[in-house]
Design a protein around this ligand. Structure first.
Ligand SMILES: Cc1cc2nc3c(=O)[nH]c(=O)nc-3n(C[C@H](O)[C@H](O)[C@H](O)COP(=O)(O)OP(=O)(O)OC[C@H]3O[C@@H](n4cnc5c(N)ncnc54)[C@H](O)[C@@H]3O)c2cc1C
Length: 334
């Protein structure tokens, strides 16, 4: 089986590695024009938090989230945690919205509890909050860790821009499209849209917990990563601007300081802008070969602000779809 994975962000890398896990002898090539540390995935705040991604059905989000949670948990407790830089972190999360997503799915975290009245004072705009333990992923270490695992097992890499999927026909049997936001151009998929996010990374080693507040589309978070503390965020739909804005930085810094005033003493490392790959719902499905796409394509893109949270579970579904193709091919030969 010759398989091509387009994309070397967290979605492409995890898909390639999961396929190798299931099909050790598969001939796999990753084609991408951005690699770590230059993908969107590298800049993500990267906390595990299951929440709505467009209209993607909740049961799918739960399934992919659960599989990713278990993977991150196992990784945290293994010797690999040191190089993969996946860490367990506890903290405070508050919201003004009490709908079905308001209770973050914490997959049986026994340490979780509702915030006290005293703790709720940290989040003046919120009505309800929780303290729980989750996972933080430093993608600038995690992606190279996945890449090493992939190349050590014979995975190939090509640095190239793909203009159309048919360029890859008939070189590969299956294409796995993990091109994120750029599926907008690659497939002319007008359901894809950017959700602009700005973050500031600061040195504030005294911060050991995460703090996160969701008020409508206004998301504010403080995430103590292994190298620095990530302050976010902005959530601007349909904004393609990749340049940092002073007003955005000041506004988000002020919101973070309202939650945790000690941040005023932090030193700024750098700021960053990334475009989340928004879509009306995550596209994870097989597109059979047709005149339009001459090869079979498994699409895996449009994860919005949840790509880190869902990546391992989505990669498992990619493997399941390949397995279906494999079974059909065997059956047709019998
Ligand atoms: C500010 C911010 C904070 C975030 N925080 C979180 C968080 O806390 N938790 C969470 O779960 N998620 C978070 N996210 C979302 C997460 O970062 C994304 O969902 C995820 O990174 C998407 O991964 P991806 O692999 O699809 O895309 P990308 O990382 O963008 O990778 C796309 C890959 O495809 C390649 N590619 C695309 N088109 C082509 C082409 N035509 N030819 C060749 N190569 C191509 C690129 O070169 C790249 O390698 C955040 C995002 C932002 C911006």
């Amino acid at each position: 089986m010759k398989i091509c994975v387009i994309g070397a962000g967290v979605i492409g890398m995890s898909s390639a590695v999961r396929i190798q896990d299931r099909y050790p002898s598969a001939d796999i090539t990753i084609i991408a024009d951005m690699f770590s540390p230059n993908t969107t995935s590298d800049g993500a705040g990267a906390i595990f938090e299951v929440y709505a991604v467009g209209n993607t059905p909740v049961d799918l989000l739960e399934k992919w989230g659960k599989e990713t949670w278990d993977h991150l948990k196992n990784l945290t407790f293994s010797v690999e945690a040191a190089s993969a830089r996946v860490q367990q972190v506890s903290g405070y999360w508050a919201t003004d919205c009490l709908d079905e997503y308001s209770q973050v799915n914490i997959h049986g975290d026994v340490s979780s509890r509702v915030l006290t009245k005293e703790e709720m004072k940290l989040f003046p705009k919120a009505r309800w909050g929780q303290f729980f333990t989750s996972y933080l992923v430093d993608c600038t270490s995690y992606l190279p860790w996945l890449m090493k695992r992939y190349t050590d097992r014979g995975g190939k890499i090509i640095n190239r821009t793909i203009q159309t999927l048919n360029e890859l026909y008939p070189l590969y049997d299956i294409i796995i499209n993990c091109s994120g936001l750029r599926s907008y151009q690659l497939l002319d998929d007008k359901d894809v849209f950017p959700i602009r996010g700005e973050t500031i990374r600061v040195h504030a080693p005294w911060i050991k917990h995460f703090y996160s507040q969701d008020i409508g589309d206004e998301v504010t978070y403080i995430l103590p990563g292994s190298k620095n503390v990530v302050l976010g965020g902005t959530y601007q739909k349909d904004n393609w601007n990749i340049y940092s804005h002073r007003e955005d930085r000041l506004a988000l810094f002020e919101r973070c300081c309202q939650i945790l005033p000690s941040l005023k003493m932090a030193t700024v490392d750098h700021s960053w802008v990334g475009l989340r790959p928004g879509r009306k719902s995550i596209r994870l499905e097989l597109e059979p070969a047709s005149q339009h796409t001459k090869c079979r394509v498994i699409h895996n893109y449009g994860h919005g602000g949840g790509g880190i949270t869902l990546h391992w579970g989505c990669a498992q579904t990619v493997v399941d779809l390949i397995q279906d193709i494999d079974n059909t091919t065997v059956n047709s030969k019998l």
